[in-house]
Design a protein around this ligand. Sequence first.
Ligand SMILES: NC(=O)c1ccc[n+]([C@@H]2O[C@H](COP(=O)([O-])OP(=O)(O)OC[C@H]3O[C@@H](n4cnc5c(N)ncnc54)[C@H](O)[C@@H]3O)[C@@H](O)[C@H]2O)c1
Length: 372
Amino acid sequence: MSEDVRVGIIGAGAIVRLSHLPAIARVPGVRAVAIADPDSDRVKVLADEHDATAHADYREMIAAGGLDAVLVATPNHLHRDIVEHATAAGLHVFTEKPVAHTLEDALAIERACTAAGVVTQTGFNQRFREPVRLAKQGIAAGVVGDVLAFRSVYSESHAVYPAATGYRYNLAQSGGASILDLAIHRIDLARHLVGDIVEVCATIDHATIPHPADDNVFLLLRFASGATGVISADRFSPQVSNATDLYGPTGTIHVSSETRNPFQSVPLAFSSLLPHDQLPADFANADWPSAWWLDYTPGSWVSITPPRLSPYDAEWAAFVAAIGGTVDPDVPTIGDGVRAQEIVTAAYRSVREHRWVSLPLEDPAEPIPSYS
Ligand SMILES: NC(=O)c1ccc[n+]([C@@H]2O[C@H](COP(=O)([O-])OP(=O)(O)OC[C@H]3O[C@@H](n4cnc5c(N)ncnc54)[C@H](O)[C@@H]3O)[C@@H](O)[C@H]2O)c1
């Protein structure tokens, strides 16, 4: 392997242009050396900007050699074929979420990566946001006590994100719109912050968007720990809403990223019955009483505004570290992506059979729903 991890980028769409290529350019130890996309204009612009070779076909790019890893950032139904080609060439795999458009493909991807023994990562970038990292620390320190309730909302209009193509709303290609694109981030966050999910009950509807796709999702969750949770995602609200709350008998932690929304006006807030000296340092040091002679009051609300660091930089730094042998258990692997996809599949079954569905699923086969 050369000194830098040499990455072949597959897909020259919005997420690669906006997030991955700028992050790779900033992070030491990694270079984007080749980009593949059948759209000759998009691939040429990005390849020229980033001093990479341009390819129309990812198979030809992989066969040309000179790569250590690939980033998979195409429409979801293509992920399996790409990963199977990449792992056959012994390349490490960073795949965008969702891992695939169906659980069966996601499981095949996991098998291919395991058999090849390569490093894997799934693009659940929200784990790398500072407020989430701190929330995880706070939970471990007992700021809320046992997490008993998890509530998360993710609203984002179908019209705001500057996608290069319309694949998201072609469910044969995406496998799901609001649930696989938005809610899956929160499914992963729920697993990351609270633990394994053992039961799901869902409502998934098409309410109003001008595409035959899910735009209004509610998931009710039971965790192995005994906690319960709810995730709601929609694609019709004109404003982005992005908030997660964790509740326990000792306190509450609130995490948000859309902080211009007055209801979610800080990136992180907590209220805890723990005394000041038992709070983690980042929590204890965030309290500014209204006069210097006043002490922290357990149970009061404290806001934290951590630095707004790029989660994509952190993702790439973690991928490079893992390839170098330093594995952080908080970094989402393809296995984490598959477990999240299994919960989406369980939600589809819950809607189709109108019941709670237990995990793990014995039968991964489930039709992609259709909406009119
Ligand atoms: N982590 C996140 O928050 C996040 C955000 C956005 C997108 N994503 C994921 O990234 C992936 C791409 O999403 P996007 O928003 O960039 O979509 P997009 O529509 O903007 O771009 C998709 C690109 O894939 C290209 N493509 C199609 N067929 C291809 C092929 N055979 N080989 C190579 N490229 C091909 C298209 O030409 C297009 O340039 C999806 O899996 C999506 O879920 C993740």
